[in-house]
Design a protein around this ligand. Structure first.
Ligand code: HEC
Ligand code: HEC
Length: 450
């Protein structure tokens, strides 16, 4: 055991070193000193430039686990947000006056102290103005800047386009038109002044979105115990969590969709899969046919409303692509900070990480559009515990206390396992067509990982 763990760490140290060299060689060849990849930078937000006067782009203070290459992919060098613009975006993100009745801010559903997700009450999905509930669970905004697309179905290509939608959605912030928003914001002197200073004009809807997106581009998150483990500290996570990491890549098959490597550290392939969460929809084909009848080409606002307000929500990615292979498919969400972002899945239907593991263990829920990557796993209860322990090591240190509290809360709920189907998981019951139990039941530590 000791030997294999030693090898595991050595192998990662090698990868990290190579990546660090690549950073030196490529990303910062014409720039100042690179932030070392393995530094334990505690500061979660970027540092403001020392120079006063003319706004300068923020130098990112990247946390352990978030590589400079990844940052450079998301934010072109020289295009980093300025401190002033990010601060304006932060203010807008927190401001309930952006909603139609001054009751809901972005922050209401993405609470920064709670991992930027919604922890109000016990409901699975978020509530907007007048306590109206949508169909979907709020994902975290942390590291959203690195995603290939935004929303569970990827309907927005950029943070800017994303930010424009909740303000206008009737069950979120409830504004009727972009003009209404702009008029309201322009009447608030502090905003009117700030926009004039930063953009040289009264606010426009695009400028409002640009400021919010600039703030979101300062919300990168790493510094998890798992990052310290990969950086070469074997004590950073427990033996149990280390077994969970091996299962994650081996017998659990998780990394086939929650892909991870040093330059792509979000635990997501950024693709869309039907894993059977929406499988309670019995008439997927009929629903899809009806959707095709009403979908107007390229109308993101229409997709936004169908996704949040109607049962078409469960069609997932299909609403965006109209490709039958995408029926019931949703984005493989990032697993960073997963310990503090319960409940889980696009509809918030799984309350704990134990429920998530029970779901995967039985191969998801059968439906005609289930992703071929879903298989019964035959994980033992101890292996489920290992995987859950691993998932709780992916939380940024700034939420360490909340992560502990969540682990205790979820562990206390462990006796209630609505998703558990042990006989199906072990291949002794149920019908998944010709899909049998994952046949490779050798020691997970020795397969798949390296
Ligand atoms: C009423 C609750 C609510 C409010 C208010 C709200 N959001 Fe969200 N947010 C959600 C939900 C729910 C989703 C997922 C919707 C979907 O995927 O269909 C989401 C998705 C997102 C995403 C995509 C993240 C990902 O992983 O794909 C970002 C970014 C985001 N919101 C930022 C914002 C910003 C910026 C504002 C304010 C302008 C805002 N949200 C207002 C609930 C809310
Ligand atoms: C076939 C691809 C696939 C595989 C394999 C897979 N996942 Fe997922 N995962 C997804 C998708 C897609 C979602 C979002 C699904 C939805 O909401 O309908 C998701 C969601 C999750 C979530 C909830 C994310 C959130 O923010 O709510 C967790 C936790 C998770 N997966 C963990 C795992 C673990 C642990 C494994 C291995 C046992 C695993 N996944 C295997 C594709 C996959």
């Amino acid at each position: 055991m000791q030997t294999s763990r030693g090898k595991l760490i050595a192998s990662f140290a090698g990868v990290t070193l190579l990546a660090a060299l690549a950073v030196l060689a490529v990303a910062f060849s014409s720039s100042d000193t690179p932030p070392p990849l393995t530094s334990v930078a505690q500061a979660p937000v970027a540092q403001a430039p020392v120079t006063s006067g003319k706004p300068a782009p923020l130098k990112p203070a990247l946390p352990l686990g978030i590589s400079s290459q990844l940052y450079a992919l998301a934010v072109a060098p020289g295009q980093e947000p300025t401190a002033q613009l990010a601060a304006l975006g932060d203010k807008l993100f927190d401001d309930k006056r952006l909603s139609v009745d001054d009751s809901v801010a972005c922050k209401t559903c993405h609470e920064p102290t709670k991992g930027f997700t919604d922890h109000r009450g016990n409901s699975a999905t978020s509530a907007g103005v007048q306590d109206k509930h949508g169909q979907r669970n709020a994902p975290t905004v942390l590291n959203a800047m690195f995603q290939a697309s935004q929303f569970w179905d990827g309907r927005s290509p950029t943070l800017e386009e994303q930010a424009k939608l909740p303000i206008l959605n009737p069950v979120e912030m409830g504004q009727k038109t972009p003009e209404d928003v702009v008029t309201k914001v322009a009447k608030i002197p502090e905003y009117s002044d700030a926009f004039k200073t930063l953009f040289g004009r009264e606010p426009t809807y695009d400028d409002i979105a640009a400021a919010i997106a600039a703030f979101e581009r300062t919300q990168y998150s790493g510094n998890a115990p798992f990052d310290r483990f990969l950086a070469g500290n074997p004590q950073a996570i427990s033996d149990q969590a280390q077994r969970g990491w091996a299962l994650f890549q081996g017998k659990g098959r998780c990394s086939s969709c929650h892909a991870f490597n040093v330059v792509s550290p979000l635990f997501s392939d950024q693709k869309f899969h039907n894993i059977g969460i929406a499988a309670h929809v019995k008439n997927f084909s009929e629903l899809a046919r009806n959707a095709l009848g009403i979908l107007k080409s390229g109308d993101t606002k229409q997709i936004d409303e169908l996704a949040l307000q109607t049962s078409y929500s469960e069609l997932g990615r299909f609403l965006v692509t109209k490709n039958p292979a995408d029926i019931g498919a949703f984005k493989s969400e990032t697993l960073r900070n997963i310990g503090v972002t319960a409940p889980y899945m696009h509809d918030g239907s799984l309350a704990t990480l134990f429920d998530v593991l029970d779901h995967y263990n039985k191969g998801g829920v059968p439906n005609p559009f289930l992703d071929g990557g879903m298989q019964r796993l035959a994980l033992s209860e101890a292996e489920i515990d290992d995987l859950v322990a691993f998932l709780f090591t992916l939380t940024d240190d700034r939420f360490a206390e909340f992560n502990q509290a969540e682990m205790a809360r979820q562990t206390a709920l462990k006796t209630n396992r609505p998703q558990r189907e042990t006989e199906i998981a072990e291949g002794r019951k149920g019908d998944l067509g010709d899909i049998g139990t994952n046949p490779d039941l050798r020691n997970p530590a020795s397969i798949g990982a390296f």
